[in-house]
Write a protein that binds this ligand. Structure first.
Ligand SMILES: [Zn+2]
Ligand SMILES: [Zn+2]
Length: 293
């Protein structure tokens, strides 16, 4: 089995536990990606707490962990102090930033455990935790090629590409795909053409077996949220179609979106793909779902 993906947190902005979010889940961003025996964790939102508990039940308990942070907004780091494997002496945890020598994400992640915020200091967690870098935006980790690429989001943010054995998985949140002049917007009935997309982004996600990406809004929600750093699901679907992505996971769900809203969003994007005769499978990422490639 070359690749395995599990969603541990799919919500954006803030944890949203509620009766009306119990299908898709209320935990913030955290995705587990395994390629053969190498375990990657994308973001440390509140979903990482459950992942940590699960890791301790595995046989053997994985000691080597690679954490990739897209950025350090709260919903992407807030679960880290509750990640139990970070308190085990046997754990060796590497935390990656996108550029050589730039350990600012590591500093911001550890800084949230200053005594005014949390009772346990980062340095007292017990695991061996080190900052790592993707020199030149790329690194080989146990035969997995990992690359980073920039995303359009307030502050510094990047996505990550994981490739091994012909399988390509892309994790790209948070990201705003702006509406360009000439694009039909809003396009509730999907009667417009595919929206314009940056060539560099198409290239980054080209032919991915799975693209997990920010689709926080639908077109109607995006009308009032332009410039907030998140995308409409219609734009994201167009990106996937243009790049011939095979599976598209709509991710970073808005805290205001109910399970019913998300069901409707997935159906709408599936219609959009069908209107453009695209083969891409579109679905809303759901906490607890596992995928194999
Ligand atoms: Zn976020
Ligand atoms: Zn953010």
């Amino acid at each position: 089995m070359p690749a395995f993906v599990k969603f541990w947190g799919t919500r954006g902005s803030i944890p949203t536990p509620a009766l009306w979010t119990r299908v898709y889940g209320g935990n913030t961003s955290c995705v587990e990606i395994r390629m053969d025996d190498t375990l990657f964790i994308c973001d440390a939102g509140s979903g990482i707490r459950e992942l940590g508990k699960d890791l301790l039940t595995r046989n053997p308990v994985p000691n080597e962990l690679h954490l990739f942070l897209t950025h350090t907004h709260w919903d992407h780091i807030q679960g880290f102090p509750f990640f139990v494997p970070a308190y085990r002496a046997a754990t060796r945890m590497r935390i990656y930033g996108p550029a050589a020598g730039d350990d600012s994400r590591y500093q911001l992640l550890s800084g949230q455990m200053a005594s005014d915020y949390f009772p346990v200091a980062f340095g007292e967690m017990g695991a061996k935790i080190t900052p790592e870098f993707l020199t030149g935006g790329e690194k080989k980790i146990n035969g997995v090629r990992v690359r980073s690429f920039p995303l359009n989001h307030p502050g510094s943010c990047c996505g990550y590409i994981f490739e091994k054995g012909g399988v390509k998985i892309v994790y790209a949140t948070d990201n705003e795909l702006p509406i360009q002049s000439g694009d039909r917007f809003p396009d509730l009935q999907h009667t417009g053409g595919l929206r314009q997309m940056p060539a560099s982004l198409i290239e980054a996600v080209q032919d991915a077996d799975l693209l997990i990406t920010d689709a926080q809004y639908d077109d109607l929600q995006y009308v009032t949220k332009r410039g907030w750093g998140h995308s409409s699901c219609n734009s994201v679907t167009d990106l996937a179609i243009k790049a011939k992505v095979k599976n598209l996971a709509l991710f970073h769900h808005d805290p205001e979106s109910t399970d019913r809203d998300l069901d409707a969003k997935a159906v709408s994007c599936q219609k959009r793909a069908a209107k453009h005769n695209a083969d891409v499978i579109v679905f809303c990422a759901r906490e607890g779902v596992e995928l194999k490639f």
